[in-house]
Design a protein around this ligand. Structure first.
Ligand code: ZN
Ligand code: FE
Length: 254
């Protein structure tokens, strides 16, 4: 059994601690800072074995070296970011595979936000730790890759089982939802999801995780096939990737 702890840090980042009760192994995803992670480890009496980094941005790797120094954990990250992720021990790439205790984890390369971005998919547990590639009701900005690359990356995530829980790295959902409603105002699933998101944020509660199924129904970056979105963009006869690129561009200035 896995226990998952969500730790809010910085302005709107989430760090995730994943603890396997049977093997007592613990991993942390994208430690922006070391201290909140060390505090949580102490509180629960867990020992840290692995850091799982999704990409090189400082709000995802800021705690790497301090945590390694304090705990002796191993750092797992994209081999193509060897030169810019501090302290890598195990370099992985698309379809690399390892385990936390007996729980299989597969790596999916998702370039777009950055070129070396990867996500961690716990295939037997239906959990996805997707960093800044996919957000609740949104997707990452294109800092290094092209719209085509990010679109292709998102197609891989779209095909995961619908009950997969989506643990993204930022609480961006409310703003993402406002954009989503602006391009697909008549989507009823989106309207009701937004109502509960507004409620959660009013109570300062997290809106993450969501599921792949919810994202398929409401996230505009998964919905290039929506007639309503196509009509809104006046792009009825365009390819999905072109509609995606237009949505990403619109969102940049929203
Ligand atoms: Zn980032
Ligand atoms: Fe980030």
């Amino acid at each position: 059994m896995l226990k998952i702890l969500q730790i809010p840090v910085l302005t709107d980042n989430y760090i995730y601690l994943i603890h396997d009760v049977d093997s007592k192994q613990t991993a942390v995803v994208d430690p922006a800072e070391a201290k909140p992670v060390l505090d949580a480890l102490k509180k629960y009496g867990w020992r840290l074995h692995f850091i799982l980094n999704t990409h090189h941005h400082s709000d995802h790797v800021g705690g790497n070296l301090e945590l390694k120094k304090q705990t002796g954990c191993k750092i797992i990250a994209s081999g193509s970011d060897n030169h810019r992720i501090p302290g890598i021990d195990i370099a992985v790439r698309d379809r690399s595979y390892f385990q936390l205790g007996s729980h299989p984890i597969s790596i999916i390369a998702t370039s777009g936000h950055t070129l070396g971005h990867i996500v961690y998919y716990f295939e037997d547990d239906d959990l996805l730790f997707c960093g800044d590639t996919l957000f609740a009701l949104g997707c990452g900005r294109l800092f290094e890759g092209s719209a085509e690359q990010l679109w292709e990356s998102l197609q891989k995530l779209k095909n995961l089982p619908e009950n997969t829980k989506v643990y993204c790295a930022h609480e961006y959902t409310l703003n993402n939802g406002k954009f989503a409603l602006s391009v697909e105002p008549d989507n009823q699933a989106l309207q009701s999801r937004m109502a509960s998101i507004i409620q959660l944020r009013e109570n300062k509660q997290s809106t993450v995780p969501s599921t792949i199924g919810e994202e398929l129904a409401t996230n505009p970056f998964f919905r290039e096939n929506s007639a309503s979105i196509q009509q809104h963009l006046k792009m009825q006869n365009k390819k999905p990737v072109e509609i995606f690129a237009a949505l990403r561009k619109l969102k940049d200035s929203f």
